[in-house]
Every structure is written in C-alpha cells, then in structure tokens.
Design a protein around this ligand. Structure first.
Ligand SMILES: C[S@@+](CC[C@H](N)C(=O)[O-])C[C@H]1O[C@@H](n2cnc3c(N)ncnc32)[C@H](O)[C@@H]1O
Length: 286
C-alpha cells in the first residue's frame, strides 16, 4: 500500500554538502515532474552522484549513490556514519586557521591533502573528509580537478572565510543513512538495478570543460547510452540529464527529450556563466 511518504516530496531538505560543477539544485523542480509520482517509494540510483542534489531533494526510502571521485564518497561515508562532533571540530580548526592567512592556508592544506589520501584509520577518515570539504568550499569555483598523477590541483578561490553549515551537514548525514555508497564507474549500476528502480544519470557534460578526473569522451557517452538502453529494456525507469548537443540528440534518438533551462556556470571562466538549455532524456519504461 502506498503511503503519503511515497507520494509527497519533503518540504524541507538539506542543501548538497558540496559545491559541485553541474549540480542540479536549480533544476530539481523541473526534473521532478519527469520522474514516477511514487519515486520516493522506489529504489533511487544516482551513478554520477556529485553533490547529489536530486537525492537530497527527494529523500528516497532507499538509494544507491556512486561516483568515481573517492574523496567525495569518503565525505559521504563520514557524514553518514562517523562522529559528526569530531568532524565539526576539524572544520572549526580549519576555519580559524584560514581566517589568519587564507591563501597560504589553502595551499598548505592542498599539499597535505595530496600527501594523505590512502589512510583508512577512523581519525584519518574524518580528517581527510574535513580537508576535502574545506578545499571544495575555498577552492576556485568549487571545482574538483586532479592532474595526471591524481593530485588535486585547483587554485585558491580567493575566499576570505571558510563557511560551513554544521546543521545542514548533519541533515545531509541523516538523509544519507538511506543510501548505499560506492566508489565506482557508472557501469556498476548494471549489476545492481532491477525492474521498477529509478536510475537518474547526470554525467559530465558533453562538449564542455568539466575539470573532473578522467576524460568523459564520446566513447564514454556511447557506453553510457548502451547502459541506459539495457536498463530501460529490463524495466528500470531511466532518466538522464545532459547538455544539449547534436551528438547527444543523435545517440538518444527515439527517446523522449525535454528541454529544461539552467542558470549555471558551465566552465571555469566567469564569461561562460549564464542560462543554458539542458536536456532530460527518458527511457520508455515509466
Ligand atoms: C555533472 S556531475 C553530477 C552532478 C550531480 N548531479 C549534482 O547534483 O551535483 C558528474 C559526476 O560524474 C562523476 N563521474 C565522472 N566520470 C564518471 C564515471 N565514469 N562513472 C561515475 N561517475 C563519474 C564526476 O566525479 C561528477 O561527480
């Protein structure tokens, strides 16, 4: 039996924990009507989770979030099940040191973050997640970009204050308790999603600079289209956001396409900000 929980979207929801390129906060209200009306009652997959704006907006009963960015998934794991008081303390220390010498502090934390990485001790997990969030909030435009050696190389964003909202982060942690988290490429969804589940794909945009680790080139876009098609055939509800381009329209020919309008930053330069059309492509399973 369906309950109100299944049908009504929450009126209060946390903002995404991170600032993320291509984040869907501004578009969520246009995308939600394109999802099944009982979406909260279904299993929700976001294989390109990023800031997971749609997930936080919808707060599904049960979800699977994944992304290839290990540090992002590490932050979500900390918010989901680690000691948030200790996490808040770490953030407070970073904020105080940042205030004294913002640029120098940013650069020293970026260096430490790039040295740290692989540690899995409990204290270190909290420490790494705090550094990741700090760099996200004080780096240029909230970009996440790594060099060929996998080192985070985003320049300082000229931010005087490191601001974080602990009640919002706590709320994110509570919502994340309904989610399984994986650090993996989008193909992993093939072995997990089943009929009636909803998969929302939000890949790096075609034809724009993304700054994400690894390339998401046209071959990757075609592999993604094949995953989309396969899931659709299996009875999984598939919905995909994309930038508008001839190539994307061609590879998704035959599927229903809705144009939505975004006011977002599409590139690293301020001049490329503005209103841009995005596509929402839906499979045939509804
Ligand atoms: C446009 S962003 C998603 C934004 C997200 N919907 C939000 O609301 O913030 C795309 C995400 O895909 C991730 N990504 C890039 N290549 C990937 C791959 N092969 N498999 C899974 N995730 C990938 C990036 O790390 C990035 O977080």
């Amino acid at each position: 039996m369906r309950t109100l929980f299944d049908l009504e979207l929450p009126t209060t929801y946390p903002s995404p924990a991170v600032k993320w390129l291509g984040g869907k906060s501004d578009l969520a209200d246009q995308i939600i009507p394109l999802l099944p009306h009982d979406v909260r009652a279904r299993r929700w997959f976001e294989p390109f989770a990023g800031g997971a704006a749609m997930f936080f907006r919808i707060q599904p009963r049960c979800a699977v979030l994944s992304d290839t960015c290990a540090d992002l998934i590490g932050l979500y794991e900390v918010l989901q099940c680690y000691d948030l008081e200790a996490f808040g303390d770490e953030l407070g220390i970073l904020a105080a040191s940042h205030r004294a010498k913002p640029r120098e502090h940013y650069e020293s934390i970026r260096k430490a973050f790039n040295r740290g990485g692989e540690s899995v001790e409990l204290g270190d997990r909290i420490h790494c997640a705090a550094h990741f969030l700090y760099l996200n909030r004080t780096g240029f435009n909230g970009l996440h970009r790594v060099n060929q050696k996998g080192k985070f190389n985003v320049p300082f964003g000229d931010v005087d204050e490191f601001r974080f909202d602990m009640p919002n982060l706590t709320q994110c942690g509570l919502v994340l308790r309904s989610a399984e988290l994986y650090c993996e490429s989008f193909e992993g969804v093939l072995s997990r999603a089943q009929a009636r589940d909803v998969v929302y794909f939000d890949p790096p945009f075609h034809g724009t600079f993304t700054g994400y680790s690894g390339e998401f080139d046209e071959r990757a876009q075609v592999r993604l289209r094949d995953v989309f098609r396969e899931l659709d055939k299996r009875g999984v509800v598939v919905v995909l956001s994309s930038s508008d381009s001839t190539f994307i329209r061609e590879i998704y020919q035959g599927y229903e396409v809705t144009v939505v309008r975004a006011g977002r930053a599409v590139g690293a330069r301020g001049s490329s900000r503005g209103n841009v059309d995005e596509l929402v492509i839906r499979g045939k399973t509804r």
